[in-house]
Ligand binder design. Structure first.
Ligand code: 5GP
Length: 128
């Protein structure tokens, strides 16, 4: 079930628990602003999640309330994780789901990094 991204932050959510190392994850990166780990149910040969250390429900919450330093730190972390995974030359895809229509399932902001295969164009070219 997708979450309501307008609700207050829930410190018991699964990614909060991963951040606190209460449950295991395959962590590939961490710095002052963000951590990254493998998605438990990968949708591509490489499927990583990057999350800010701060308590933000969604992209909306983050971009409305986070400091410039947090936003910059998180954005740079996403780029660094993809670069260190060797995805720049072949290319990759980023995705952030927000709220109900976005089908966001975990109420802590996360950016998906997908790589390792060719993805389809997002909007098929008009025919005829
Ligand atoms: P969303 O639909 O919220 O954008 O994506 C949530 C993602 O979190 C899904 O791709 C799901 O597979 C992943 N996920 C859910 N629970 C866990 C977990 O406990 N560990 C890890 N590593 N990924 C999880």
């Amino acid at each position: 079930m997708p979450i309501d991204a307008t609700l207050p932050y829930d410190d018991g959510n699964i990614f909060a628990r991963i951040l606190r190392d209460e449950i295991p994850s395959k962590r590939v990166y961490e710095d002052e602003w963000a951590i990254a780990f493998h998605d438990i149910n990968p949708q591509a040969p490489l499927h990583l999640l990057v999350i800010p250390r701060g308590r933000y429900v969604s992209w909306d919450d983050f971009t409305a309330k986070a400091s410039d330093a947090e936003v910059a730190g998180f954005m740079r972390a996403v780029g660094t994780v993809a670069r260190e995974a060797g995805l720049v030359e072949p290319g990759y895809r980023l995705l952030a789901n927000i709220g109900g229509h976005g089908h966001q399932e975990v109420p802590h902001l996360h950016v998906h990094i997908f790589g390792g295969r060719q993805f389809r164009e997002m909007i098929p070219a008009a025919r005829g």
